[in-house]
Design a protein around this ligand. Structure first.
Ligand SMILES: C[S@@+](CC[C@H](N)C(=O)[O-])C[C@H]1O[C@@H](n2cnc3c(N)ncnc32)[C@H](O)[C@@H]1O
Length: 394
């Protein structure tokens, strides 16, 4: 492997404001805070302040608004061994996870900017999400192999953010074999993840702890509803306790896997429904149907800051309708994975929906993503998933 040393590349100089940002623990430096960039080629570069004082080494993306992502304040070689040590340290922080699939590296939050590594049993699904990181692909792959000894590594480099980095969208097998479908065991339940074609890296690993929480709050023998079910991950947890579950999604492919997942667990009390949740909720409300436990896990309605208002209106509509069809004493778990919808905005939207519903809605708990998707307090961009558990009381 070739070691990239600070001396290998011309130095990128940054403003005092950028230096201060790094000092405060935020790894990003924007285009507007770069004072001189001598070579507009992505890679790992040494960074100094305007006076030439060395600040560290960073991933450099010459076409991205986020020009620099800090890797280290030191001047050691960033080689395969460096990646292996950081990846191994991140993986070692994840202990006691009650599942065979989990996130080993959560990018910036683990000090490995723009790198996502998910572990599905012996297989790895990774994402390289910046132009700077892409140039280190060989060393990163060697680091993953050394740290995690996988049977195969699949690169799901088809995330939309790669476009801003001028990178191609691709799904490539980088090492060994990775099956089309992987059986995951989570909290005593089995489900099939689809690393090659499924959403994210094949499953929504970030909701794992929330699914267990919903399972614990499911009313035994009651009616349950899983809205935006994908391949039934919440539905399976609901089905262990409820009399019956209605699981709804608009993806035929995800629902087909959901049917398989139920069969794998010998679960026969889930009805799978291909529908638009907005339409279905209107129909359920019109028919005055009631559910004792509801899980509501929509996709990110706010893809950008610009459509925040519309997104919040969408969240309010589904939450209000869910509150209306919640049985007395019933529990609603609701979430938003839109980074642009802050916790405050999400909670205010829920309060607004509760008022309009006319119900007494108790706030039982606030949650986030599972612990293997950590948030850095001083890097708000690392947090995106918000969950709230609510109860309708008479
Ligand atoms: C965040 S994912 C759900 C993840 C799932 N709850 C889990 O834990 O695995 C959102 C899902 O919503 C579905 N979806 C998006 N818009 C929809 C709509 N209007 N009606 C029904 N399903 C929708 C997508 O197909 C996707 O499966």
């Amino acid at each position: 492997m070739t070691a990239v040393r600070p001396s290998d590349r011309p130095t990128v100089r940054v403003t005092a404001r950028a230096a201060e940002r790094w000092k405060q623990g935020h790894p990003w430096i924007y285009r507007s805070d770069v004072a001189a960039e001598p070579e507009k080629k992505p890679g790992i570069v040494p960074v100094t302040d305007r006076k030439g004082k060395f600040l560290g080494q960073a991933l450099y993306s010459p076409t991205s608004e986020i020009r620099l992502r800090l890797l280290t304040r030191g001047d050691q070689p960033i080689d395969a061994r460096w990646w292996a040590e950081r990846i191994a340290a991140a993986a070692a922080r994840r202990n006691g996870i009650n599942a065979t699939a989990w996130r080993a590296v959560h990018a910036e939050a683990d000090g490995l900017p723009s790198l996502v590594i998910d572990k599905y049993g012996p297989w790895i699904v990774a994402q390289l999400l910046s132009a700077g990181l892409e140039t280190a692909r060989a060393d990163v792959l060697a680091g993953i192999s050394a740290a995690l000894a996988p049977e195969g590594i699949l690169l799901r480099n088809d995330a939309a953010v790669r476009r801003h980095e001028g990178l191609a969208s691709e799904v490539v097998l980088a090492l060994g074999q990775v099956p089309e479908v992987v059986e995951v065991v989570e909290d005593g339940l089995k489900y099939l993840a689809a690393p090659w074609s499924g959403q994210k890296t094949g499953a929504f690993l970030d909701q794992r702890e929330n699914r267990a929480l919903v399972g614990q709050h499911t009313r035994p023998g009651g009616r349950a509803l899983d809205l935006f079910t994908y391949h039934g991950s919440f539905a399976l947890h609901l089905a262990r306790h409820a009399k019956d579950v209605l699981a709804v999604d608009q993806s035929t492919e995800a629902l087909a896997r959901g049917v398989e997942n139920a069969r794998l667990n010998g679960i026969a009390n889930i009805v799978w429904r291909e529908a638009n949740v907005f339409d279905l909720l209107r129909e359920l409300e019109r028919r005055r149907e009631q559910f004792d436990t509801i899980a509501l896990d929509p996709p990110a309605f706010a893809k950008t800051k610009a459509n925040l208002e519309r997104a919040v209106a969408g969240y309010k509509e589904v939450n209000l309708r869910a509150m209306k069809i919640l049985a007395d004493g019933g529990v609603l778990f609701t979430s938003s994975c839109s980074y642009h919808v802050s916790r405050d905005v999400f909670h205010a939207m829920l309060a607004d929906a509760a008022r309009d519903s006319g119900r007494r809605i108790q706030f039982v708990a606030a949650t986030g993503a599972s612990a293997d998707h950590p948030e850095l307090l001083n890097v708000p961009e690392t947090g995106y998933l918000k969950g709230v558990l609510l109860r309708a009381v008479v």
